[in-house]
Design a protein around this ligand. Structure first.
Ligand code: ADP
Ligand code: MG
Length: 713
């Protein structure tokens, strides 16, 4: 078990601490048994153990197998069939090591072995040391393949005899191994440590276990190594996965409780004169999702519990309108607001949005970025500090210590994942005396539920899924084969003839902009001389200068070129309402999220659009694109297809490596852990009660791996 002294989160406030419980004289699981050194012999094995992070018996029992082999029954030699993988138990009669005469350098160790049904020749390839220690009369368990003609090719052998059967036959574990410490050696070590599972502490109480229908932890640890059946294994794995995820949830939710409890937020309630007449004055009516988001935010601003919400919706779904409503609520209640974006371009875009949206209101706002002149900056900050200026829009420049709002009520953070935890703390410190501001995060990249739960605990989200009316859906088709491709080019010609414009997106070349650029250039030439001959083609790729890119883009947007052959550089910030068709070459190379982003570039005008994806009709990602235009659905599926490797690879997710749990597959267990963690923390937020304090062990296990850069949680 890991060290649970500080920085273990709860230790300082704990009335009954877990160290104390672990060392209590009357306690029957004895921690010191598990703390005993592993005791492997020889420098190579010691190094191997070190590489695996195994130092004590406890570490060893916590080193779970990554798979099991079902070796089934021990067969007798007379039962073996040619070509069969089998396990036999034999006695060695004689041993001989020789070089194979046919094949170069191959060393064979051949032993004559026998059981009560007869003799057999057992063969090892290239393991000359085997011949040195096998002795006549020795008993062995051999796993391998019977090749017929009384010859058995050994894959693995172990010492036979009484007591060894669990290790060598039936369902046997295969543990992650290292140089000097083979799976076989590990299996033997774990088998001999098994008798100490009773010294493992179960952090969950009997009442909880019964209600969850789970085995106790010692039994689960025993069974994850040496299950008797497949279902034994799965029950054990689920229990250990639960522990892992519960520790994670207790940690995340506990941090959040402490943060929320650190200081209250200003109560933003009452008078709605500005915001309600502003909503009336908008040239459109809010969609249902927008109304729901506005209502939730309004209610949460009226509480002194600091709001932390993540507003998710695609680019153009109308998040800014929702955010501005919140800012107006703050202003009309006598507070100020900030709107922070990760880049100067985005911040200026927000300034322009507010100029448009707030034109008829008395609300003052201003922009502050790194390129604001010193004089301008001073003046803006003075106005903000005096309370005369209501809303400040900007970049990271807003986080500077001399930005001192008089009565900050709400911060809106756009594209939250681009900011870090420390920046989050600086924001919180800008609240009025003794208070922290409410925070609304916005993102155009939906976070799948699994990730939201696993990485953030209970990330409170608001989703805008309905697009504002007027946006037409894009029809998506998979293009496979020469005939379909010819039709696709025909379709492009038709769209262009009808006044539309087309993107042709060239294949993604991982990590090589140069290759990508040359592929795009080749494709441009091929299309200009062939399938799209006669149309006006433009070219856009990452190797062009910004001036060249600008020129290519404006020619396309003005209609001077009708088809833009491009790499993925068009993913960001291209808005050409006349673009109605997009053809993506080698679409299988792109991730789902990326394809969805690309597709968002068309269908922005009144006429809708067509997206043509070149690839196999059966490719799951492409089929998903055909079936759904919902970024939220696609984000979930993306995670499912890419799996946990990707999920844990997402640095911002702050997700530790999981040993027993596997996400997104274990979503159900994750939800259970989230629910239980909330119940426990609801009654006992610092895990102080004797019944809960052992849970700190799980928290300590999970906390060690948390990434530092999460802003929302
Ligand atoms: P986001 O911030 O999500 O990218 P915006 O709030 O900037 O989206 O909205 C994109 C455009 O759609 C803006 O021009 C905005 O005025 C407009 N818009 C927002 N909500 C609606 C709506 N309910 N109906 C029609 N147009 C809307
Ligand atoms: Mg926006």
């Amino acid at each position: 078990m890991k060290d649970i002294k500080p920085p273990y989160a709860f230790a300082s406030k704990q009335a009954v601490d877990s160290d104390q419980l672990l060392s209590a004289p009357w306690r029957s699981p004895r921690q010191e048994e598990l703390d005993a050194p592993l005791g492997v012999k020889g420098p190579k094995a010691t190094k191997g153990a070190e590489a695996l992070g195994l130092f004590s018996i406890g570490d060893l029992l916590g080193h779970f197998p990554h798979r099991h082999e079902d070796r089934g029954e021990v067969l007798s030699i007379s039962e073996l069939k040619s070509g069969q993988d089998a396990t036999i138990e034999v006695e060695v009669r004689s041993v001989e090591t020789r070089r194979a005469w046919k094949r170069n350098g191959l060393i064979l160790t051949v032993a004559t072995v026998a059981d009560h049904t007869g003799p057999l020749e057992a063969v090892w390839f290239n393991q000359p040391w085997v011949g040195r220690y096998l002795k006549a009369g020795q008993r062995l368990v051999l796993h391998g393949r019977y090749e017929g003609k009384a010859r058995f090719r050994v894959v693995e052998h172990e010492g036979g005899g009484a007591g060894a059967s669990d290790v060598t036959t039936g369902i046997v574990p295969v543990h992650p191994a290292a140089d000097g410490l083979t799976p076989r050696k590990l299996r033997e070590l774990v088998a001999s440590a098994r008798k100490l599972v009773g010294d493992i502490t179960d952090p969950l109480g009997a009442r909880l276990l019964v209600s969850l229908g789970m085995p106790d932890r010692p039994a689960a640890i025993d069974a994850i190594h040496f299950p008797r059946t497949e279902s034994d294994y799965e029950v054990a794995r689920r229990r250990l996965a639960f522990d892992e995820l519960l520790g994670l949830q207790l940690d995340l939710l506990g941090r959040r409780l402490r943060r929320d409890g650190a200081a209250p937020a200003p109560v933003i309630a009452g008078d709605e004169s500005i915001s309600s007449s502003w909503v009336e004055s908008l040239p459109f009516t809010l969609t249902g999702d927008q109304v729901a988001a506005v209502e939730t935010i309004t209610a949460e601003l009226a509480s002194e519990t600091p709001m932390t919400r993540l507003l998710m919706g695609e680019v153009g779904s109308g998040k800014t309108v929702v955010a501005v409503h919140g800012l107006l609520r703050a202003v009309e209640a006598g507070h100020q607001g900030m709107l922070m974006a990760p880049t100067e371009t985005l911040a200026s875009q927000h300034l322009r949005s507010l100029e448009k949206l707030l034109a008829g209101t008395p609300v003052s706002f201003s922009l502050l970025t790194g390129s604001t002149s010193a004089a301008q900056r001073r003046e803006t900050l003075d106005r903000f500090e005096s309370g005369e200026l209501s809303i400040l829009i900007g970049t990271h420049a807003l986080l500077e210590p001399d930005v001192l709002p008089a009565r900050l009520g709400l911060c809106v953070v756009d594209e939250q994942h681009r900011f870090g935890v420390r920046q989050r703390e600086r924001l919180s410190s800008k609240g009025p005396e003794g208070k922290q501001p409410h925070v609304l995060h916005m993102t155009a990249t939906p976070i799948p539920r699994t990730l939201a739960l696993a990485a953030y605990g209970d990330l409170q989200t608001l989703s805008i899924r309905e697009l504002p009316s007027g946006r037409q859906p894009v029809a998506t088709h998979i293009v496979e084969g020469a005939a379909a491709r010819a039709r696709a080019y025909e379709r492009i010609r038709e769209e262009v003839a009808a006044g539309g414009r087309a993107f042709v997106v060239c294949p993604l070349v991982e990590a090589s902009e140069a290759l990508e650029a040359s592929a795009a250039t080749e494709e441009y030439e091929r299309l200009a001389d062939g399938p799209l001959k006669g149309l006006r083609l433009g070219l856009l790729h990452g190797r062009m200068t910004s001036a060249e890119k600008e020129a290519a883009m404006s020619a396309f947007s003005a209609g001077e070129t009708e088809v833009l052959v491009s790499t993925t550089v068009i993913e960001v910030g291209v808005d050409v309402p006349e673009a109605t068709v997009m053809m993506v070459e080698n679409a299988e190379r792109f991730g789902l999220a990326q394809l969805h982003q690309l597709r968002g570039r068309i269908g922005r005008g009144p006429g809708g659009g067509i997206c043509l994806l070149c690839g196999a009709k059966t490719a799951r990602r492409l089929v998903a694109m055909e079936e759904s235009s919902d970024g939220f659905v696609l984000a979930e599926l993306d995670l499912e297809l890419r799996g946990e490797g990707e999920l844990t690879g997402v640095r911002q997710s702050g997700l530790p490596r999981l040993k027993a749990a596997s996400l997104p597959g274990d979503l159900e267990i994750l939800e259970q852990a989230n629910r239980v963690a909330k119940e426990i923390l609801g009654d006992d937020p610092n895990l102080l009660s004797p019944g809960n304090c052992m849970l700190g062990l799980l928290v300590a296990d999970s906390a060690s791996d948390l990434a530092p850069d999460r802003i929302v949680a």
